[in-house]
Design a protein around this ligand. Structure first.
Ligand SMILES: Nc1ncnc2c1ncn2[C@@H]1O[C@H](COP(=O)(O)OP(=O)(O)OP(=O)(O)O)[C@@H](O)[C@H]1O
Ligand SMILES: [Mg+2]
Length: 316
C-alpha cells in the first residue's frame, strides 16, 4: 500500500515541450525529487531549465509527458497540485510601489489564504527574511538582496511543500548570497523540498544533496552530488611557474597542460597518473614549478566535462 507520503515531491515522466516556434526545448525529461530533498537543476543557457520549471509551475503547457507533485497529477488536478508549489522566478515581479507587508498579504489572499492568517504569516515570513523593519516601506527602496529575499518570503506565504527557485542568487554579491543560502537551508531543514537552478556551481555544491544536469532538452546526469563528484576520475591543478613560460609547452602523455597566463599552468590528469611524470616533463622543458594547488570547484569540472561548457560561459 502506498500512502501520499511515499510519493516523490516531484516526478516528471518523459516531459516534452515544443514551442510554437518549433524549438524542441524538452526532448523527454524524466526526473524524481524526493520529499525533503535539496535539489539542483543545472545546465547551460538554453538547456531547458526554465521551461521545465515553467511547466511545473503551470506557466508553460507541456507538449507531452506527466508531472506529479506529491503524487498529484498536474494536468488532471492542477489546482491541488499547484497549491503545493511555491515559485521564485528569476526576475523581480512584484509591484515596486507596494510595501512588503501588503505584497505578502495580497499574494496569500490571491491563493485563498484567509486574511487573518495571511497577516500572521506575513509577520513570520518578514522576520525569517530579516525584513521586519522594512515591512511598511515602499519596496522600490529595498536593496537588490532584500528584494530577492522578499520574493522567497512571498513564495512561502502559501506554505508550499515544494519550493522552486529559478536562479535565486543571480547577480547578488557573495555576502547576500550567503545570507540567502542560510535562509534556504533553514527552509529546507523545516521540511520544505527545495529545487533550484543556478549558474553558480559552488552554490549547488554547497547546498544541494541531489542534482540533475540537463543539456539540449535531455537529462544527462541524475543522482546524488556525492556520487557524481566521486565519478570524477580526473584531477585538476593550478601550477605557479618560476619566471615566464616558454611559448611552446611540453607534451606529456596522458596529461593536459594549458597556460592560464605566462606564469600559470593548468594541469589535468587522470587520478591514477603519476605526478612525477608531469614534473619530469616540465623539468625537461626547463619549467620550474614554484607551487601548486588543486583547482577549486569540482562540480564545475564535472559540468564542463558533461556539457562541454563552463559555468562562466553558460552564465554569459
Ligand atoms: N517562449 C518561448 N518561445 C520559444 N522558444 C522558447 C521560449 N522559451 C524558451 N525557448 C527556447 O527553449 C529552449 C530552452 O530555453 P529555457 O529558457 O528553458 O533554457 P534555460 O535552461 O532556462 O536557459 P538559461 O540558463 O539561459 O535560463 C531555448 O532554445 C529557448 O530559446
Ligand atoms: Mg532559464
Amino acid at each position: 500500500m502506498s500512502s501520499p507520503t511515499d510519493h516523490p515531491a516531484l516526478e516528471l515522466v518523459d516531459l516534452r515541450k515544443t514551442y510554437a516556434t518549433g524549438v524542441e526545448a524538452l526532448k523527454g525529461v524524466s526526473l524524481r525529487v524526493e520529499p525533503g530533498d535539496f535539489f539542483a537543476l543545472l545546465g547551460p543557457n538554453g538547456a531547458g531549465k526554465s521551461t521545465t520549471i515553467g511547466i511545473v509551475s503551470s506557466l508553460v503547457n507541456a507538449s507531452a509527458g506527466e508531472v506529479r507533485v506529491h503524487g498529484v497529477d498536474l494536468l488532471r488536478e492542477r489546482s491541488t497540485a499547484m497549491r503545493m508549489v511555491g515559485l521564485v522566478p528569476q526576475e523581480i515581479n512584484f509591484n515596486l510601489f507596494e510595501k512588503p507587508f501588503d505584497i505578502l498579504v495580497n499574494y496569500a489572499g490571491f491563493y485563498g489564504v484567509p486574511r487573518d492568517q495571511a497577516i500572521v504569516r506575513a509577520g513570520e515570513e518578514l522576520e525569517r527574511a530579516q525584513l521586519s523593519d522594512k515591512a511598511h516601506t515602499m519596496s522600490r527602496t529595498l536593496s537588490g538582496g532584500m528584494k530577492r529575499r522578499l520574493m522567497i518570503a512571498r513564495a512561502l506565504m502559501t506554505r508550499p511543500r515544494l519550493l522552486i527557485l529559478d536562479e535565486p542568487t543571480a547577480g547578488v554579491d557573495i555576502e547576500i548570497r550567503r545570507a540567502m543560502w542560510r535562509q534556504l537551508r533553514e527552509i529546507n531543514a523545516a521540511g520544505t523540498t527545495v529545487i533550484l537552478t543556478t549558474h553558480y556551481l559552488e552554490e549547488a555544491e554547497s547546498l544541494c544533496r541531489n542534482l540533475a544536469i540537463i543539456d539540449h532538452g535531455r537529462i544527462i546526469q541524475h543522482g546524488s552530488m556525492r556520487s557524481l563528484l566521486a565519478q570524477l576520475d580526473v584531477e585538476a591543478f593550478v601550477l605557479d611557474i618560476e619566471g615566464r613560460l616558454p611559448p611552446a609547452l611540453p607534451a606529456i602523455e596522458g596529461a593536459a597542460l594549458v597556460a592560464a597566463d605566462d606564469h600559470t599552468l593548468e594541469l589535468e590528469m587522470p587520478r591514477s597518473m603519476d605526478l612525477n611524470r608531469v614534473f619530469a616533463g616540465l623539468d625537461a622543458a626547463g619549467i620550474r614549478v614554484r607551487s601548486m594547488r588543486t583547482k577549486a570547484n569540482r562540480l564545475e569540472e564535472l559540468f564542463v566535462r558533461m556539457t562541454g561548457r563552463g559555468a562562466a560561459e553558460a552564465a554569459a
